[in-house]
Design a protein around this ligand. Sequence first.
Ligand code: ATP
Ligand code: MG
Length: 278
Amino acid sequence: MIKGARCGVRSFFSLLYVFRCECCRITYVKDKGAIALALVKIENLRKVYKTAEIEYETLKGMNFEVEEGDMFMILGPSGSGKTTLLNCLSGIDEPTSGAILINGVDIASLSDGEKTKFRAENMGFVFQAYNLINVLTVKENVALPLLARGLAEKIANEKAIEVLKAHGLDHVINKFPSQISGGERQRVAVSRALAGEPEIIWADEPTGALDTKTSFMVMDFMKELNEKNHQTFVIVTHDEKIIEYATAILRIDSGQIVSFKRVRESGDFARILEDERS
Ligand SMILES: Nc1ncnc2c1ncn2[C@@H]1O[C@H](COP(=O)(O)OP(=O)(O)OP(=O)(O)O)[C@@H](O)[C@H]1O
Ligand SMILES: [Mg+2]
């Protein structure tokens, strides 16, 4: 359940197509008659970068859906628009046009304050370069987004310890990022993204700085959490070796969708790879 939609009237108003909740001041847009909404729905998404001399259309009108519980992978060559797409989806960047609905919430309809709150409560982020703060311990790094959400320091620290222990990272709790391995750093970054129990985790090249063995370790870790907690991961990568973890594979090039394949059953994956090779 997306936080911010807790007012309890949402289910009642779900019979309507559009509803603006006066309590949390969020607009819910219901799909045409659909009972279950896609967790993320992208409609004709475009992003144009403008400089003094040129306009560069990085995303050229994309349409796709991410389902709840997906390990959704976005693949494409360098410069194809993967990071731009993820930044638009996660609200780090603003699209030029098109709609992004997250569990029916039209992100563009939120004020800056609402957007920040919505992101803090519903989203976690994992980056290629880990983005851990070196002067803080692992525990303090994981507690940081919880403090940003307004939790008291003691409670945030307790929660951070609980999450790190649950993720098998007991041995690094009081260490600094410089004192742990690359794989451990990325697992800490994933723990930090998950500490607030967000509905969606956005990950930009999470295995980009890791060797093969450590990449699989980090992916096993994310997949386990995805299966256990039903959290949805949207992962941007050009690392072909991790696509076996995907439930859906979106390939893009030059800002456009090249193909989209969904893995519904075991066996589908082998067929998808065969299709792509032929
Ligand atoms: N702020 C910006 N201003 C102008 N052009 C930009 C900006 N950010 C990205 N671009 C351009 O948009 C295109 C897509 O960039 P993006 O970073 O999304 O690619 P990517 O697929 O993530 O690449 P990589 O795999 O190398 O990380 C590139 O040609 C890039 O130069
Ligand atoms: Mg990128």
